[in-house]
Design a protein around this ligand. Structure first.
Ligand code: TRP
Ligand code: SF4
Length: 556
């Protein structure tokens, strides 16, 4: 690990007493400076149990997504840290407070809408491939919380995806779909305020998927999802269907939308955010002259524009060719062999006497002729009109984007704005390793008999020491304990004091695993009893809800 002196680690005491306060009770947050037990494994930094997977971080929506190090998701994939927006979130959910929701893309826009009482939406989807379990509960809770904060809430059954990517029959799908929906309603989703649908039963989603498909090609899916010549067409169709799901809340009007998911779904988020822009009538970029430039080239253009007083005959009107000459002279200072410098020099030379002048550019992407004409009229102030773009010298980028969206909406376009996402941690399996639907002992189904739930918790792996004596002396390893996770993710509910108490008592050596598991097991039993009772109570609510429970695609 670069920049990490192993000598630092040997100084860390394995005695957790000194860490029994502050923010440590939040779930392991990728900053495990306090863990002296990992001296031999300096690469494992997230407190996860995935090291057996080779420590690699892969985000595969249909494969085994593994996150060896949540920090990598920030550095490598550009996911942002949730803690940065947390202080702005009104009355944050406990999953946010406890660091279970650890990352986001562009969530601030949704928070702003929440704070300002502007419209916003939350949507997530569920593949009905098995029983809903406590991992799904996280996402149910996230949707419900956003609904309670005033958002338009959507939950969908990804039956097309389950059928195409997982080979589920329509019979199996119907059975599981019903179970997901009952749990969602039992946990508090309001079906009268919110929207439920299944992919196969929603014509609007399918039409939108078709439109989105015309902006997506095979090479792109290949690059993002590793698809190849053997990938079946329905699987690809399920991708554009998910893109349509995510944009669905914006069909009435564009609005900030949050998609709560696990980080394995991030490839979908990257694609949909891009597609939202690609579908637009107009793209808004910046430019300095009539030619286009990429981001690296823009840095040189900006440099040249700012330095205009040094070289321009008339500093109010620096010429492109003057800028080229000046950049060329300064080449050594700005990093000689840079490719962007070379290309930008060529562009500036070709532009010759054209003045260098910053501007906001509207590109015609998918606009109708009428819409393009309307935009020309709508751009106020100093502007220049070209065949396929309009340059404005007065409008800021934000103002331009808003104007472009308005014109698009007036002329029959969607006007999509890029959706946001929030990401929660994967729960550790009760048996250690990953929580997996195919290993019943590793997870707790929301349909498990409460006694079985009790037993599973009692049998769970812990972060305890070999002996009670050692535990009293050194404290337990709550950060590596699936039972502590159960408290933090579910059993402690909204009660932070309780979660913190369990943590502090554990790492302080006052709590022993036997009692701790007994308490957790009882709470789990109560939770399951209560949840299953509520499921029965909401049966009627589900029957009355606007969603097809019996797939017409079934054959008998
Ligand atoms: N692909 C998701 C999964 O594997 C399910 C899904 C379908 C979804 N459409 C969605 C998730 C839209 C979030 C948003 O479970
Ligand atoms: Fe886990 Fe509880 Fe044991 Fe601590 S005391 S290691 S939280 S089971």
């Amino acid at each position: 690990m670069t920049g990490n002196d192993p000598a630092d680690e040997t100084e860390v005491s394995p005695d957790r007493h000194s860490h029994a306060s502050g923010e440590d009770w939040r779930v392991a947050d990728g900053d495990e400076s306090s863990d002296g037990d990992r001296v031999a494994e300096p690469l494992r930094t997230d407190g996860g149990t995935d090291a057996a997977d080779g420590g690699e971080t892969t985000l595969d929506p249909w494969g085994s997504a593994t996150v060896a190090d949540y920090r990598k998701l920030f550095e490598e994939f550009g996911i942002e840290e949730f803690d940065e927006v947390l202080p702005e979130v009104p009355d944050p959910h406990y999953l946010m407070r406890r660091g279970v929701i650890f990352g986001h893309r562009d969530y601030r826009r949704v928070v702003d809408a929440m704070v300002n009482d502007d419209p916003f939406a939350a949507l997530s989807g569920f593949m009905p491939t098995g029983d809903p379990h406590i991992g799904h509960k996280l996402v149910f809770d996230e949707i419900i919380w956003h609904q309670q904060q005033g958002g338009d809430a959507y939950a969908l059954i990804a039956d097309l995806e389950a059928h195409s990517a997982r080979g589920m029959t329509w019979d199996e799908i119907d059975e599981h779909a019903r179970d997901y929906l009952l749990s969602l309603l039992a946990l508090g989703f309001d079906p009268e305020e919110g929207t439920l649908y299944r992919q196969s039963g929603d014509r609007e989603v399918q039409d939108l998927a078709f439109e989105l498909g015309s902006q997506t090609n095979f090479s792109e899916l290949q690059a993002i999802y590793d698809f190849d010549g053997e990938t079946d067409v329905s699987h690809m169709q399920s991708v554009v269907t998910q893109m349509a799901d995510i944009l669905y809340p914006q069909l009435d009007e564009p609005k900030p939308t949050v998609i709560p998911v696990g980080p394995d779904q991030d490839p979908h988020m990257r694609l949909v955010r891009d597609l939202a822009a690609r579908m637009g009538y107009f793209g808004v970029t910046k430019a300095y002259a009539s030619f286009e430039a990429d981001e690296d080239e823009h840095q040189y253009l900006q440099l040249a524009y700012e330095g205009r007083a040094e070289y321009a005959e008339n500093p109010d009107q620096p010429r492109c060719e003057e800028a080229a000459e000046w950049l060329e002279e300064g080449r050594a200072n700005v990093g000689g062999g840079d490719k962007a410098l070379k290309t930008v020099l060529r562009k500036l030379e070709n532009a010759g006497m054209e003045p260098l002048r910053p501007r906001t550019r509207f590109l015609d992407r998918n606009a109708t002729e009428e819409a393009f004409e309307a935009l020309i009229d709508a751009v106020e102030g100093d502007k220049r009109v070209f065949d396929e773009h309009i340059d404005s010298f007065d409008l800021s980028r934000e103002a331009a984007e808003q104007l472009a969206r308005e014109v698009e909406l007036d002329h029959g376009g969607y006007g999509f704005t890029a959706p946001s996402s929030i990401y929660h941690r994967f729960m550790t399996g009760l048996t250690g390793g990953k929580m997996s639907s195919s290993v019943p002992a590793s997870h707790i189904s929301l349909l498990d008999d409460p006694e079985d739930g009790y037993d599973k918790v009692k049998a769970a792996t812990t972060g305890g020491r070999e002996t009670a004596e050692k535990q009293r002396e050194l404290g337990g390893k709550a950060d590596e304990c699936p039972v502590y996770e159960l408290y933090a993710y579910l059993l402690a509910g909204d009660d932070d004091e309780f979660a913190k108490e369990v943590y502090d008592e554990c790492v302080g050596g006052e709590r022993l695993c036997g009692d701790c598991k007994e308490q957790a097991a009882q709470l789990m039993r109560e939770f399951l009893e209560d949840h299953q009772e509520k499921r029965e109570e909401v049966e009627d609510l589900l029957e009355a809800a606007d969603i097809e429970l019996d797939s017409p695609r079934k054959r008998d």
